[in-house]
Design a protein around this ligand. Sequence first.
Ligand SMILES: [Zn+2]
Length: 124
Amino acid sequence: MNEKQKKTYLRKLMREKERIFQTLGLLEKAEKEVSGKEVGGVPTHIADLGTDVFEKALEMNLSDSERKILLEIDRAIEKINKGTYGVCEVCGKSIPRSRLEALPYARNCLACQVELEKKQSETY
Ligand SMILES: [Zn+2]
């Protein structure tokens, strides 16, 4: 994955994060704390949101699914920074672009995800 692609996915992840914060009405608060600076053309204010804001979000009635997605997004952003983004955590193969387009914070390729979900449903 080249730098341009990484940036594209980073933007997607930020936008998704922003959407969740917006839904929660957290964005205004967050922007007051971090004054919307930009680095390298990528608006970083959302990425810069510290644990403070995140903890506030957790204190609020953040639903489990939203909390989970936020964690997944943070994880994906971290992986972009580390250069391990887009690689399946289970089998180590590249996650297809089409899957990342649909789910930019996907951790696994589709085949592994199906396996994981099968295992999860078996434990219930
Ligand atoms: Zn896989």
